[in-house]
Design a binder for this molecule. Sequence first.
Ligand SMILES: Cc1cc2nc3c(=O)[nH]c(=O)nc-3n(C[C@H](O)[C@H](O)[C@H](O)COP(=O)(O)OP(=O)(O)OC[C@H]3O[C@@H](n4cnc5c(N)ncnc54)[C@H](O)[C@@H]3O)c2cc1C
Length: 375
Amino acid sequence: EGYRQLLVASEQIFDVGFRRLADQPFDRLTNMLAQIPSLVRLKSHLTVSQLVNRYMKHDLIRQAFSIHPLLVGGNPFNTTSIYALIHFLEREWGVHFAMGGTGAVVNALRGLMERNGINIRLNTDIERINIDKRLAESVTTTEGEVIEADRVICNADPPTVYKQMIDKSAGTKGKIIPDAMTRYSMGLFVLYFGTTCTYPNVAHHTIWMGERYQALLHDIFNKKILAEDFSLYLHRPTATDASFAPAGMDSFYVLCPVPNTMGGQDWNEEGQALRDRIVAALDRTIMPGLKDTITSDFWMTPDDFKTDYRSMHGAGFSIAPVFTQSAWFRYHNRDRRVGNLYFSAAGAHPGAGMPGVLCSAKVVENLVIRDESTL
Ligand SMILES: Cc1cc2nc3c(=O)[nH]c(=O)nc-3n(C[C@H](O)[C@H](O)[C@H](O)COP(=O)(O)OP(=O)(O)OC[C@H]3O[C@@H](n4cnc5c(N)ncnc54)[C@H](O)[C@@H]3O)c2cc1C
């Protein structure tokens, strides 16, 4: 009964938070003010954990139904309950897997762009966005090439763009909350591996919970220490798509929330040790024999997110999805002062995850159409 009531609450949040607002620009304070009655009615000031606790009584059930903010980089104990909409979203539209994996999604998007005559340049790193008189005029690559532009739409991490790619004198303004008060999502340790046998009893998606819940999240998000214990998300794509491994074998990744680089961990030291602890824990529980069957493993740490993806502080999901960093308070999809500089990314409205970033692309599309029509 508690679950049914939670689902009703989740649907009400979904109707407002996703259907009505996710692809709307929050570029004006009036957009935000207009939503305040709905946000109050939906109790958005509560955290996901507080909302779930209203309907669920058992500690373990409470944990199971409050983990969803972690999928978008938030601590369930301080993420706005707007993110409880994920329950209903999953029930309404299902949990999907693109055959061929994320690479297949990327290829499909590339095909769509090419069919629309968009020229894609790979392996081109943008070092600077050149702004003059409140207009973004061009970008400069690390090779020194200057590419002129009528509009610059950034998919890179907004805090990194503002701090490292734009001159301070350009007068840009991305979000309301000052940098010193900005809270970042956790880091991710992602361990990829194959196995020389199959584990048919392991589902496509498994959440593997450790003994501690709130205290562990406190270590990761607030104290930023790497504890000995952990909770894991285990992904077994071969449960759905056999092409991910040779016949008779399996393919996996494990996602382990860890402190972002603000924790100062030395991942050259910690990486191997954490990998060994995770393999031992899975071997002991749901993947017997893993220590001997594991093959071709490699991992990514918050350091890699920082260097490879230029994610500020190596955060897995850009700035955290707390209330004071959501909607109008999040990085705006168009700079507040430089009118032809746009953001379609996890750190911009509405937020992280594939549905979130695709919605942010829709917001930018609408803004560009609006801006073109007022020229
Ligand atoms: C292991 C893992 C599993 C996930 N699983 C899911 C899932 O199942 N479902 C879901 O919805 N979400 C999932 N997510 C989250 C989702 O992938 C992200 O939220 C989303 O990809 C963020 O999109 P983005 O466009 O903002 O950033 P990204 O996807 O990181 O794209 C930004 C790109 O910009 C490039 N870039 C950055 N700076 C520059 C520069 N200066 N010049 C040139 N290029 C630059 C980066 O290299 C990167 O390729 C997962 C994330 C991880 C890490």
